[in-house]
Write a protein that binds this ligand. Sequence first.
Ligand code: AMP
Length: 144
Amino acid sequence: MSLDAPYDPHNIFAKIIAGDMPSVQLYEDDDTLAFMDVFPQSEGHCLVVHKTAPATNLLAIEPQALSAVMNGVQKITKAVVKGLSPDGVRVAQFNGAPAGQTVFHLHFHVIPVYEGAALGAHASGGPAAPDVLEPVAAKIRAAL
Ligand code: AMP
């Protein structure tokens, strides 16, 4: 998908936002939604999206909406650190398929990093079951 491809309102994250697709959710406000990544690269890997901005990537979002979603990114990153006590935390975001983007609704990865534990591969492997993600999500929610 090219950097200036049109936004597809039927993408998988739009379905999650609409409630048409299940997800393990962490936080929601007027602008943002955070939920667990179903192919986690580490325990606690989660995603933050803008709920209404029809932006495929960072280049396509209005500054005001970007500011709102970044507030959500910081809020979730703080909760991940407080709730899971990782040694570090990676915040990542990819633009365009050649850069590694696989879902074309702008999103930010929050990936806790634990010393001595290698990160899993990006967007691959088998999906984590909700009952595996839920206890980790509960710790993050409790730290919000
Ligand atoms: P990216 O490759 O940067 O576009 O990231 C997309 C992310 O979405 C990957 O980390 C996937 O593991 C994740 N993902 C794909 N489908 C789902 C889903 N249904 N629920 C939660 N996360 C998903």
